[in-house]
Design a protein around this ligand. Structure first.
Ligand code: ASP
Ligand code: MG
Length: 418
């Protein structure tokens, strides 16, 4: 017997027919003798609809009331799934965030989970009742409903899995696993058997949008083993216990188990970056601090940074990237600081993409970056900025060359499927 947390996303819960399929998958898991808690999202599109109602009601809405409204989508799907399970002859009941409770702070619309009370939940699961838990919602220390931020049901599922010490947290979605790269760009992208938490964090934050990034950080901290797999399968599909999807686990579990493991695990791309260049910045101590302090004060995340070699007259150019959504704010802040920083011009460009190659294998191997640079050079793709971490090399290129670059790198690192 195992204890499994199963999570179903919005496309899996979208309508009666989909929920029936979910109920069959859940029932099959309990029929094998496992204790099961299910965490569900709202039906796809419903949370957006509820957010719009809030905006229409009051442009300056109270975040506490916003949470009351948007948490409702998950209340509906959890009740519907419990009923559908009962219709299949299974024992099931729903547990709202406030009933367990899922205790959170009071930062409405972006609350963090502090603690989940599990005594009653475990008792009921132990008695053979399937627990159906709405994702995304919690209860603040001031006794009000909170939500965890968009996409937060993944985090709910991982937190429940940690709290009940589950053997595995199966996250069912509309893709059947994590791929070496976006299969819409590279037809020969392969589904990965296993990815480490660290790799998934990099892949999630650089644009492979399978899981909410926060949920992966929590899984790493609590050592919750996750499987990503599809709910869009028919009745004779392989059972989740045979691990048809992608496992996200600690390094220890991967080392040695997967002999065919490649040096590079995956390639991600992110088009939501913008490049900013300040020309003729004084080449002297403190200049760079004057640029980045006000950006950080405004909570603008700077990612890649390059300072060019000094020109004559003690001046230099500084280039960096910010999220495209923050570009207008960033340039405005910099323009206002022109005197203090002492630069000539701000030049910005949103037509850029960040391409990242990720793999724990590069901790122990040299040459990963140079393979990347030569592969891109062979195709005459110009690199505008570079950053590296222990398990990642990222380059900034022209947006028009995104698809070509991803394909070329996928081949260069030997990731193409046979
Ligand atoms: N329904 C919420 C959202 O769309 C939470 C989730 O589905 O993860 O953001
Ligand atoms: Mg999601």
């Amino acid at each position: 017997m195992a204890r499994i947390v199963m999570k179903f996303g919005g496309t899996s819960m979208a309508g009666t027919e989909r929920i029936r399929r979910v109920a069959q998958i859940v029932k099959a898991q309990t029929d094998r003798g496992d204790e099961v808690a299910v965490v569900v999202s709202a039906m796809a599109g419903d949370t957006d609809r509820l957010v719009n109602f809030c905006r229409e009601a009051n442009a300056l809405y109270d975040p506490a009331e916003y949470d009351v409204v948007v948490a409702a989508g998950e209340q509906i799907t959890s009740g519907l799934l419990a009923m559908t399970l009962q219709a299949l002859g299974a024992q099931a009941r729903s547990w709202m965030g406030w009933q367990m409770p899922v205790q959170t702070g009071s930062a409405h619309s972006k609350a963090k989970i502090d603690d989940i009370t599990t005594d009653q939940l475990l008792e009921s699961m132990g008695a053979g009742q399937i627990a159906v838990i709405p994702g995304f919602q919690g209860l603040s220390d001031k006794n009000r409903i909170t939500t965890l931020g968009r996409g937060g049901s993944d985090t709910s599922a991982v937190a429940v899995a940690a709290a009940v010490k589950a053997d595995r947290c199966d996250i069912y979605t509309d893709v059947d696993g994590v791929y070496t790269t976006d299969p819409r760009i590279v037809a020969r992208a392969r589904k990965l058997k296993a990815v480490t938490f660290e790799e998934m964090l990099e892949l999630a934050s650089v644009g492979a949008k399978v899981l909410q990034t926060r949920s992966v950080g929590l899984a790493m901290k609590e050592n919750v083993r996750i499987q990503v797999l599809s709910s869009f399968t028919d009745e004779d599909a392989p059972a989740a216990d045979t691990i048809p999807g992608t496992m996200i686990v600690g390094d220890e579990e991967i080392e040695g188990s997967d002999v065919e493991r490649q040096l590079i695990t995956g390639i991600a791309h992110d088009k939501n970056e913008a490049k900013v260049t300040l020309t003729r910045v004084p080449d002297q101590p403190g200049a760079v601090a004057h640029i980045f302090e006000p950006l950080s004060d405004a909570s603008i995340n700077v990612d890649m940074i390059i300072q060019n070699v000094g020109r004559d007259k003690g001046e230099t150019d500084v280039t960096f990237t910010v999220p495209a959504a923050d570009l207008a704010r960033a340039t405005d802040i910099l323009e206002n600081m022109r005197e203090k920083i002492g630069f000539n011009r701000v030049i910005s460009d949103t037509r850029v993409t960040k391409i990242s190659v990720v793999g724990v294998g590069m901790k122990s191997h040299a040459g990963v970056a140079s393979t990347m640079f030569s592969a891109l050079a062979d195709r005459k793709i110009n690199i505008q900025a570079i950053t590296t971490s222990e398990i990642k090399v990222s380059v900034l290129i022209d947006e028009d060359e995104t698809e070509l670059a991803v394909r070329v790198l996928h081949t260069a690192y030997g990731l193409d499927a046979e």
